[in-house]
Design a protein around this ligand. Structure first.
Ligand SMILES: [Zn+2]
Length: 52
């Protein structure tokens, strides 16, 4: 689970850097977290968890 902690820490840092609005990096939805909308954020974190 060490990898999960690193992922969470990286996400927390990224969120703090990208928390000022805008839209998803992959579509036009509003940002949910980490520069992505809710859908792409979940998709992205799932990919990181599987392949990262
Ligand atoms: Zn999106």
């Amino acid at each position: 689970m060490k990898k999960m902690m690193a992922l969470i820490a990286a996400l927390a840092l990224a969120v703090s850097l990208t928390a000022c609005g805008g839209h998803c990096k992959s579509c036009d939805q509003p940002v949910y977290k980490d520069g992505y909308c809710e859908y792409h954020y979940i998709l992205n974190s799932a990919q990181d968890a599987l392949f990262g």
